[in-house]
Design a binder for this molecule. Sequence first.
Ligand SMILES: *Cc1c(COP(=O)(O)O)cnc(C)c1O
Length: 448
Amino acid sequence: MSKKLILRDDEMPTSWYNVVPDIPNGLRPPLDPATLQPIAPEKLAAIFPMGLLEQEMSPERNIPIPEEVLEVYKIWRPSPLVRATKLEQALGTRAKIFYKNESVSPVGSHKPNSAVAQAFYNKREGIKRLATETGAGQWGSALAMATCMFGLKCKVYMVRVSYNQKPYRKSIMQTYGAEIVASPSAYTNYGRSVLERNPDSNGSLGIAISEALEDAVTSESTNYALGSVLNHVILHQTIVGQEAKKQMEIAGEYPDVVIGCCGGGSNYAGLAAPFVPDRLEGGKVRFVGVEPASCPTMTAGKLAYDSGDTAGMTPLLYMHTLGHDFMPPGIHAGGLRYHGMAPIVSALIRENIIEPINVHQMECFEAAVLFARTEGIIPAPETSHAIRAAIIEATRDLNEPKTILFNFSGHGLVDMAAYDSYFAGELHNYSLPREEIAESLSHLPKVE
Ligand SMILES: *Cc1c(COP(=O)(O)O)cnc(C)c1O
């Protein structure tokens, strides 16, 4: 095949693939945190549009993508599938390494695949404004762009440490017309309560989610939007895997292993899900999900019901978790610092379909720099975890002809401060003491 494979607009998939009905033993339902019973959809209708709630619980395998969403996707989709030939040469491996380049979206990551769909369904149901949280700023940027395209207002609660460290993400969101505040903020009761206890709080994704939820619950025309974890977000991301599968097929290839970095699990599940039925039918494809050793949700967390936010406002999800008040250390892959993992990814781990691994920050930056110097694109710190895992697979036996596919979830051009720190020798590895994980796991909601 040529260096890269690009589909025509009219070859883009026109439906999303819902993997839920294909997961052996299924998913456990989300629970109401007040009653610990399966949550009534009406309760969720206060913060999500019906269009998305239907997708969240849908038993259908294929869900058509609305024309309006396809039109926006076409600004950057179908995204290229690229063979990393120069990386292969540098590694001296016989493995073929392919990456699906999601960094070509306007904001530089996979996140608009869901942001655009979420903005569309909210607009269709008469919502005027969306509230959301953002950690490193990628989700906030994606939702800011998407809401602006559908004429909605957008308020972003940005984790304070990133708000101070990543001024360009703020600039991007402002350019799309979004309102951004540092979280914890004085705009919500929950934010004020955190600031009272700790005026210097750096914030966390869990706190920012609580603030955005409170904003949405207390305003009639405002809904809430989440950038990962939930079933409907992963559904939207399956455009990635469906395109990749088609592109591999045209190239006459099929992956032996499908790899992705996991924060909440959406980019990885989006790439992997369309290959899962092949595995269930006896195919040999392997699935490797990669997380940071400093936030080891899949590899050291527990599969249990837990809250998605710090205040305990979200439904309880059955997922791998480090505990909802877990405070991850300040590593540079901000998008991978979340205490929970998508119920879909968690169930695929339980069924021994996804193999979770964790890698350290320093080996990821090393992999990222090698990738930049061979393939030319500077990866997001999150994406570097997938690259590291691809390199591990490609170099385990240099003579084994294997085909590797990973998701290049985003570029790092707004994360250059992290690279500066790496080159200045200021970064180090960080493993969590087991006691710290045990402590936060001891606060899990008591279900059963
Ligand atoms: C947000 C983000 C991630 C992690 O989120 P998932 O939901 O696990 O995909 C990974 N890579 C990039 C570039 C991101 O912006």
